[in-house]
Design a protein around this ligand. Structure first.
Ligand code: NDP
Ligand code: GDR
Length: 351
């Protein structure tokens, strides 16, 4: 049985990745932060209490924090995982302007703490770094692995640092260290303050009569939005290759925030113009205007292709949030998942 370690297992991607790896028969270990409230909501459905007699336990959780190397070395040394997926980060771009130093520490230095723990424990683990399209920042679209980085936020600058130390350890210490440069990917499990989920939750609440307005920032930026479960499949594929490399993952289709609004509100027969207001609080000191993936390398080498595109993504997220709000969704999103997906991840109301 292969063993994998996931940092950031309680996040959107970590939870889907854990589900995928368990489905593939892995023993999965995750690092979680101590918090005063439960922070394991996204993985509770796959966690079995070790005290329940007879239940096979393949998911193990360990306390740790990538802001310190305290437990990282111990965990890696004791578990001896074959694969390490480093997803933990302060992942919110707007927040990185409010907490630049903290973001540099966790999102940037966090990566070198893990790499050092791997090196010092003489681990042969294959390493995946959650790099981001935000690193391209102001670079002209479409962006691929050869595009020059022009980071436009403390978050993006921290990710550029993490990208380069990953390459550095690959070259310097002969590690199987890889970067997945993932463009935005969303799902019903997306954090509530990222723009897509903020919109789909608000549309559901407005439809249910529980909310009057939705306050947003810049509606003109374009993003290449994909479906998160497919992106964690790509993470796994990257670590199964013969040689370590860096890969761009995205759909090759970009849309504005305004288009997302239109698609989400019109799905439930509402006009977004009647509900959306601009609050400059959500503007960023420097914005990334246009991200569009050229994922040819992934298509050719990984044979990775997105199965869910913009129109379907909005429907999947809308169905889930309508259901969570207690409304009966039109069901197009659920239908798309049933038709196109292998079914290793569960629909949100089952989570
Ligand atoms: P989330 O914000 O949903 O999850 C982040 C995870 O990191 C959570 O589990 C969080 O724990 C954990 N974490 C945060 N700080 C620390 C810390 N100091 N020590 C240990 N764990 C910590 O992010 P996503 O799942 O969306 O993204 C996963 C990774 O991929 C991130 O690195 C992100 O920057 C990157 N990425 C994401 C993209 C996207 O579109 N989603 C695109 C490209 C890259 P807790 O639950 O306790 O807060
Ligand atoms: P992003 O995602 O910054 O691309 O980073 P986010 O959803 O936060 O913003 C996308 C675009 O929407 C605009 N926007 C708003 N954004 C938020 N969060 N809230 C608002 O009210 C709002 N109004 C408009 C933003 O200005 C931006 O242009 C995400 C994160 O997951 C990163 O961790 C990841 O690396 C990148 O995607 C790829």
């Amino acid at each position: 049985m292969k063993k994998a370690l996931i940092t950031g297992i309680t996040g959107q991607d970590g939870s889907y990745l854990a589900e995928l790896l368990l489905h593939k028969g892995y023993e999965v270990h995750g690092i979680i932060r101590r918090a005063s409230t439960f922070n394991t909501r996204r993985i509770d459905h796959i966690y079995h209490d070790p005290h329940n007699n007879g239940e096979k336990v393949n998911l193990h959780l360990h306390y740790g924090d990538v802001a310190t190397s305290d437990t990282l070395l111990d965990v890696i040394y004791n578990i001896r995982p074959e694969e390490i997926y480093h997803l933990a980060a302060q992942s919110h771009v707007r927040v990185s302007f409010d907490m630049p130093e903290y973001t540099g520490d966790v999102t940037g230095l966090g990566t070198i703490r893990i790499l050092e723990a791997i090196r010092k424990s003489s681990s042969n683990a294959r390493f995946y770094q959650a790099s981001s399209s935000e690193m391209f920042g102001g670079a002209k679209p479409p962006q691929n692995e050869e595009t020059r980085f022009e980071p436009r936020s403390p978050y993006a600058a921290a990710k550029v640092y993490a990208y380069w130390v990953t390459r550095n350890y690959r070259e310097g210490y002969n590690m199987f260290a890889t970067n997945g440069i993932l463009f935005n990917h969303e799902s019903p499990r997306r954090g509530e303050t990222f723009v897509t989920r903020k919109i789909t939750r608000a549309v559901a609440a407005i439809k249910a009569g529980k909310q009057e307005h939705l306050y947003l920032g810049n509606l003109d930026s374009r993003r290449d939005w994909g479906y998160a479960p497919e992106y964690v499949e790509a993470m796994w594929m990257i670590l199964q290759q013969e040689k370590p490399n860096d890969y761009v993952i995205g759909t090759g289709e970009a849309h504005t925030v305004r288009e997302f609004l239109n698609e989400a509100f019109s799905y439930v027969d509402l006009d977004w113009n009647d509900y959306v207001k601009i609050d400059p609080r959500y503007f960023r000191p420097t914005e990334v205007d246009y991200l569009l993936a050229d994922a040819s390398r992934s298509r050719n080498l990984l044979k990775w292709e997105p199965r869910v595109h913009f129109h379907e993504l909005v429907r999947i997220m809308m169905d889930a949030d309508l259901e969570l709000t207690g409304l009966t969704p039109p069901g197009e999103g659920k239908k798309i998942l049933n038709e196109r997906f292998g079914g290793w991840h569960r629909w949100e109301s089952q989570v």
